[in-house]
Design a protein around this ligand. Structure first.
Ligand SMILES: NC(=O)c1ccc[n+]([C@@H]2O[C@H](COP(=O)([O-])OP(=O)(O)OC[C@H]3O[C@@H](n4cnc5c(N)ncnc54)[C@H](O)[C@@H]3O)[C@@H](O)[C@H]2O)c1
Length: 271
């Protein structure tokens, strides 16, 4: 998408962190912005913040896992602005505990998939038809670098974020095959300084020293939400599929690929 001025952006989880940074960045481009979130106070504060910057913005309480709520978000967007162009499926959830410590917390796993995966599908169901009909727009989904690798101990988070990556890749391939001009990007951040990533002084006293050290280093290497919003804007402009924030993700992915290749070499392939 080249021209953003006057167009409409919808951002889920838009009242905090990277979502809010994206909303601000889109508004700075002259876009109208719809913020969807479950934190009403944060919605009010972020809409006021955008109005203060001279932007046309509105917010709506929307749990993305609730299809009817996402339908109401589409209705509000179209009633107020008549269209949507940039649709960011940014809301996510983790949970579910360690997979090696049964019983697996099924409710936690359901919640992570309901928000990350079904939330994204709810958004596509409501907004993609309009984007396709106008043959103009961009879908941004938010995964994580945890969707590209598999760290231990993250419960349903990595599997749900991996599903976001592959689903977005499929969406991109299908739209390209159909000759659509609608762009697609998947954001796979490493650590970013938001509510999701506690600073060392916010860690609970029960956190042991080793974990505290790891978390402190992760925080030191983390990106700022504004930097991520800038990358997302470039990806929309340049129609880039993958948006990574940390180059260290690549060797981690390479290590996984090498392990797959090594087992294939050891076992041999059928064909
Ligand atoms: N911060 C990081 O280090 C990091 C790294 C990788 C991926 N992510 C992903 O970024 C996304 C958002 O996190 P953040 O760090 O930008 O911001 P954040 O943690 O500061 O805020 C998250 C926002 O999401 C909202 N939210 C939670 N559940 C929701 C739901 N069901 N429907 C709508 N809104 C909901 C919350 O109310 C909150 O305002 C998530 O998908 C997360 O997995 C974050």
């Amino acid at each position: 998408m080249d021209r953003l001025q006057g167009k409409v952006a919808v951002v889920t989880a838009g009242a905090s962190g990277m979502g809010l940074a994206m909303a601000r960045r889109f508004a700075a481009e002259g876009m109208k912005v719809v913020i969807a979130d479950i934190d009403d106070e944060a919605i009010d504060a972020s809409v006021a913040d955008l109005h203060g910057a001279g932007a046309d913005a509105v917010g709506l309480h929307t749990d993305v896992s609730d299809a009817a709520a996402v339908g109401a978000l589409k209705d509000l967007t179209y009633e107020r602005y008549g269209a949507a162009h940039v649709v960011c499926s940014h809301a996510g959830a983790g949970g579910g505990g360690r997979i090696s410590a049964p019983p697996v917390d099924l409710a936690g796993w359901h919640r992570a998939f309901d928000v990350c995966v079904f939330g994204m599908l709810n958004l596509l169901n409501e907004f993609l038809p309009g984007l396709l009909a106008q043959d103009d727009g961009h879908v941004v989904t938010t995964s994580s670098r945890q969707g590209l690798i598999a760290d231990a101990g993250l419960g349903a988070y990595s599997p749900a974020k991996a599903a976001v990556v592959t689903a977005t890749e499929m969406l991109s391939a299908e739209l390209r095959a159909a000759g659509s001009k609608v762009g697609v990007s998947v954001l796979c951040p490493g650590g970013v300084r938001t509510k999701t990533l506690p600073s060392p002084d916010q860690l609970a006293v029960s956190v042991d020293d080793r974990r505290r050290q790891i978390m402190a280093q992760r925080y030191a290497e983390a990106a700022e939400p504004d930097e991520v919003a800038e990358l997302v804007l470039s990806a929309i402009r340049e129609k880039r599929l993958y948006v990574l924030t940390h180059a260290e993700t690549i060797p981690w992915m390479q290590a996984r690929f090498d392990a797959i290749k090594s087992d294939l070499s050891a076992l041999g392939a059928i064909r």
